[in-house]
Design a protein around this ligand. Structure first.
Ligand code: FMN
Ligand code: SF4
Length: 629
């Protein structure tokens, strides 16, 4: 089968096999009502060519709702109806994901104790939940059924029962969280009773004309949790109860196993859950949807062509580029998700969806209109901050010049993209260069800007986006900076000490170890304090791989470095080179030079030059400042 061939789910025909995965946007209103911002977000993806859209997690119950949208009252139907109409206008289908947080709800948000099938401790739960009584369970089943009836009234093509990721229904289904010994627990059939009752009641109401699907974790990394055999058994059972499709995920939790990561970071090369979906598919006849880490057309095509799945769902790839299906079908340079997981971190913190490489996400209703007073703007530096600023300002019809001393845009990303395992970053660079080349920005590549050359353009604004400079080490020993080490690893010797085990230091340790060098990685911080700003999957996988590959790692210990040695933990290790990966800091001399040459209020500082952090911080800051010019 082909990616762009139609497929039927129940009696509903999809125009292609590419779905937008369910993803929180945090764009709804205070009571969980649909907003114009939400409609704009979904409509952009519908017009981008997705055959099927899943809404985000939508709460069936008001009491335990965190900040997701809701479908717990008839009051909420009309908002959903407007959203559905806008999606259908693009010949896309849309399914409402109905869900309940269960033991994963947060008392600090809801004000009430989370509820679950059993009052047990689990890595899933922030606090031990309260056990649901049978009348409460029956009430919740009714809430799910009522939610489906409202979804039907709003014009949805169907509902997806969210039984994945350790939320309420998943907790009933998993032996890890369901320790009941009554009609809702104790054996397989009883654990399955909760979703089965919902499924049967909704099917009784609407029959085949309304899709009822089931998303679940076919593999959990939890003690006594779902393994693949049980996953297949669940799939088979749910099919027999009348489900129209299955959507195969795994647990979204940072447990100490690398297999089947549900929100795979950049370090996971192949989509990890396709194989899981394929194993489930062997056990059922109904369509199977695979999701997780799919960002390239050949990955999507491969999953369909091999028969591993019938539909591919794209999550973060669709956040980054809402037009991805159209581009795959008709050509176009994709804005590729770099799987940094900033979007997921934000959602876990109940903050509006944002994307590191697409500043328009979550702001679909905030077009940046042409300015009434066009200015001449000179941007110095072509990294993520400089390019985002330049493109945004040019979009407002300012006259923008961008200086970049290299022959390519990308700044520090050029170095960071060198390791094989950073392939999405290389695609991001391709996108960046293509995007700017086709914008109204006048590019001055291979040109190092100076205050004099910038002054010749008589700018109204000078934007410094040069990326900061490397921290110096306390004892000023001659070191190689980490950017050079990435770009010219041949300049480091056979044995290398890397000082700093943040993300850059760890990735460099992995990269140089793969090149056959003996690496010593040191940091004064203990492991528990490293990369605390990173997503748990990114941090967990990177640390695990680095530990496997790096010859020596000393964390949380003082060290001393000399020209060709490092002393730590009472041992002196001879090394050929020392690389400084302790981070970046604003280049104050450069800032002073420009602020002396131009009036203070004409110079704006953005990106790492302002606050050395990451691509996300750089692009968001640049975008926001550019819109206020
Ligand atoms: C920002 C974000 C929000 C998500 N919210 C949901 C959700 O509401 N419901 C759900 O079933 N999965 C949710 N997920 C998981 C995705 O549906 C998907 O399974 C996961 O992101 C892997 O797909 P991807 O690699 O294509 O992003 C979310 C993922 C992200 C990144
Ligand atoms: S924030 Fe990062 S992971 Fe999320 S969509 Fe954007 S690039 Fe992808």
């Amino acid at each position: 089968m082909e990616l762009f061939s139609p497929i039927d789910i129940g009696q509903v025909r999809l125009k292609n096999r590419i779905a937008l995965a369910p993803m929180d946007t945090e764009l709804c209103g205070m009571s969980g009502e649909v907003t114009e911002e939400m409609i704009a977000y979904y409509e952009e993806r519908a017009s981008g060519g997705f055959g099927l859209l899943f809404t985000e997690f939508t709460a069936v119950d008001a009491m335990q709702r965190l900040t997701s949208p809701g479908i717990y009252s008839d009051r909420l139907i009309s908002g959903w109806e407007r959203l559905v109409e806008r999606v259908h206008a693009h010949r896309a289908r849309i399914i409402l994901q109905i869900a309940h947080h269960g033991g994963r709800a947060l008392e600090r948000v809801t004000g009430v104790r989370p509820v679950a099938p059993s009052a047990v401790g689990s890595p899933l739960y922030p606090q031990t939940p309260r056990e649901l009584t049978i009348p409460e369970i029956e009430e919740l089943i009714t809430s799910f059924v009522q939610a489906a009836i409202r979804a039907n009234a709003a014009g949805f093509d169907g509902v997806e029962i969210h039984a994945g990721h350790g939320y309420l229904i998943g907790e009933f289904v998993s032996p890890h969280t369901n320790r009941r010994d009554d009609k809702y627990g104790g054996n397989f059939e009883k654990r399955m009773r909760f979703p089965t009752e919902i499924l049967k009641q909704v099917k009784r109401e609407f029959g085949k004309s309304f899709i009822v699907g089931f998303k679940f974790s076919a593999y959990e990394r939890l003690e006594g949790g779902i393994d693949i055999d049980l996953g297949r058994q669940i799939a088979n059972y749910i099919e027999k109860q009348g489900a129209d499709y299955l959507h195969i995920s795994a647990l979204t939790f940072p447990l100490p196993e690398k297999r089947y990561l549900s929100v795979p970071p950049i370090y996971v090369v192949d989509p990890p859950l396709v194989e899981l979906a394929a194993q489930v598919k062997e056990a059922v006849e109904i369509p199977v949807i695979t999701v997780g880490g799919i960002g390239k057309m050949e990955q999507a095509e491969g999953a369909i062509a091999r028969g591993d799945a019938d539909i591919v769902a794209l999550g973060r790839a669709a956040i980054a580029d809402p037009e991805l299906p159209k581009k795959w079908e008709h050509g176009g340079v994709v804005r590729p998700c770099i799987r940094c997981n900033r979007c997921h971190i934000r959602i876990m913190e109940q903050k509006t969806l944002r994307c590191a490489i697409n500043p328009h996400v979550g702001r679909e209703l905030e077009p940046v209109p042409p300015t009434a007073r066009p200015k001449r703007v000179v941007v110095v530096g072509g990294g993520p901050a400089g390019t985002t600023f330049a493109e945004t300002a040019a979009g407002q019809e300012h006259d923008v010049h961008l200086f970049e001393k290299r022959d390519s845009l990308g700044g520090k990303v050029l170095a960071g993209s060198k390791p094989t395992f950073k392939e999405p970053l290389r695609r991001y660079l391709t996108f960046l260069n293509h995007q700017l080349a086709h914008s109204d920005v006048t590019l001055h590549l291979c040109t190092e800007a100076t205050p004099e050359s910038v002054a010749k353009l008589s700018p109204d604004w000078v934007i410094l986006a040069t990326g900061g400079k490397q921290h110096t080490l306390a004892n000023r020993i001659q070191t190689i900076d980490c950017i050079s080490a990435f770009e010219h690893p041949e300049k480091t010797g056979a044995s290398v000490a890397i000082v700093g085990a943040g993300m850059v230091g760890c990735e460099l340790a992995w990269y140089l170890s793969d090149l056959g060098k003996s690496v010593v990685l040191v940091d004064v911080l203990p492991e528990s304090d490293l990369m605390q700003d990173e997503h748990y999957f990114n941090r967990f996988i990177l640390l695990q791989i680095v530990k496997e590959k790096t010859a020596n790692i000393f964390l949380g210990s003082d060290f001393e470095i000399g020209p060709d040695y490092i002393v730590t933990d009472n041992s002196k290790i001879k090394v050929d080179s020392i690389v400084n990966a302790t981070g970046f800091t604003p280049n104050t001399e450069l800032i002073e030079t420009y602020t002396r040459a131009f009036a203070h209020d004409k110079v704006l500082i953005i990106g790492d030059e302002l606050q050395a952090k990451d691509i996300y911080t750089a692009t968001q800051g640049a975008f926001t400042i550019a819109t206020t010019l």
